[in-house]
Ligand binder design. Structure first.
Ligand code: NAD
Ligand code: ZN
Length: 350
């Protein structure tokens, strides 16, 4: 078992290991959580893990209620958010009570948002059950729902009280969903962890991968909780990824789009003379090792246009992250023309 502390204003621990759902009641008691617990989960995760979690919490004397929504990104909207809030209210949740997200990034993002606005803010706990949620979305306090106008357009910053990552839950993930999380882990390794990068090139246990990613994300988040500067680095590969997600009408999952984005930015960085060819090739090989894409069929023109309608648009420029080496990435603000040129370079073969 590993415990990583996230050093923000109301700091919290991320606990990573096997069999932790059975320990959840004790962990919450140790964290000082009292009152009623409102679990939110999706229709795939609930049949697998809701009973075990509920038993563990009840054993420690907690009163537990649970809300299950239909699994999938298409549920991450204001309508489901509203149902969660009404559910909390109908069941008499007060400001002393705590919400629990049991599921992947979709569940975590919506439960966090609901906790941030219900009665102007209640506590919440993350129990991530996808690799993506373990290595990325459950830590850092960003929450959101999608609007018709685009993804993640409404949300709040709210940090959880504790994150419990039970690596046993990852065993029921299909290969593709597991690979989605691996794309974010590879991103983290490129940004700030050479040892993790080399570990991923061989074979590493989930617990090791998650704890390394959480340590890095925790460090960045503690330096820049509200993404005013250095936290933007975590968007490596995400400018092209967001365009790919939008152009595919969200049929390509986030992690797969991030993998394509990493491949595109690695090739573009090489072509601009910033990144050595052998490191570029290692990045591409690592993505391929997990059956992830490294490119896209969308045109560089469409990709650039979509990027300029992203919520991260800044006046006449957007920021992209370029790779100079492992543990050496830089943020650059670029114009629409330059964005198209970079995507073009990144999408052509080496
Ligand atoms: N807040 C952040 O910082 C942040 C960061 C990255 C991504 N995100 C968001 O996260 C979301 C993607 O997360 P995701 O990939 O976890 O999606 P998800 O929550 O939809 O989970 C993917 C699929 O796996 C299923 N599933 C979850 N756990 C399972 C398990 N243990 N066994 C079997 N099936 C399981 C789910 O039901 C779903 O069908 C996106 O909405 C993205 O915007 C947020
Ligand atoms: Zn991401």
């Amino acid at each position: 078992m590993q415990r990583v502390h996230i050093d923000v204003k109301n700091g919290y621990d991320v606990i990573i290991g096997q069999g932790l759902i059975k320990e959840a009641g004790r962990i919450l008691k140790d964290t000082g959580i009292s009152g009623k617990l409102g679990i939110v989960s999706d229709s795939n995760v609930a049949p697998l893990y809701l009973d075990a979690l509920t038993s563990s919490l009840k054993e420690m004397g907690y009163e537990v209620i649970s809300f299950v929504f239909p699994a999938g990104e298409q549920s991450k909207n204001l309508s489901t958010l509203s149902s969660i809030l009404e559910f909390f209210a109908e069941n008499g949740m007060t400001r002393k009570d705590t919400a629990i997200a049991l599921g992947g990034g979709v569940t975590g993002d919506m439960t966090g948002f609901a906790s941030g606005v219900y009665m102007r803010g209640i506590s919440y706990v993350q129990i991530p059950t996808t690799l993506l949620a373990c290595v990325d979305s459950s830590v850092g306090g960003k929450t959101a729902v999608d609007l018709d106008a685009g993804k993640n357009l409404a949300g709040v910053f709210i940090q959880p009280k504790v994150v419990i990552a039970d690596t046993d839950t990852l065993k029921t993930l299909d290969k593709k969903t597991y690979a989605d999380g691996m794309a974010e882990a590879i991103k983290t390794a490129i940004l700030g962890d050479r040892e993790l990068f080399e570990g991923l090139e061989k074979e590493e246990a989930d617990e090791y991968i998650i704890s390394r990613c959480v340590k890095y994300k925790g460090k960045i988040v503690s330096e820049d909780e509200f993404e005013m500067g250095v936290r933007k680095l975590l968007n490596l590969g995400h400018t092209p990824a967001h365009s790919i997600e939008k152009l595919s009408s969200y049929t390509i999952p986030h992690g797969h789009a991030v993998a394509s984005g990493l491949g595109i930015m690695a090739r573009a960085s090489y072509k601009e003379g910033l990144l050595k060819k052998d490191i570029c090739e290692r990045i591409l090989r690592l993505l391929e090792k997990y059956s992830l894409p490294t490119n896209t069929d969308f045109s560089s023109k469409d990709m650039a246009r979509e990027a300029f309608f992203d919520k991260k648009r800044q006046k006449n420029s957007i920021s992209v992250i370029k790779i100079r080496g492992i543990e050496d990435c830089i943020i650059e603000n670029i114009s629409l023309d330059k964005t198209e040129e970079i995507f073009e370079k990144g999408m052509a073969s080496l």
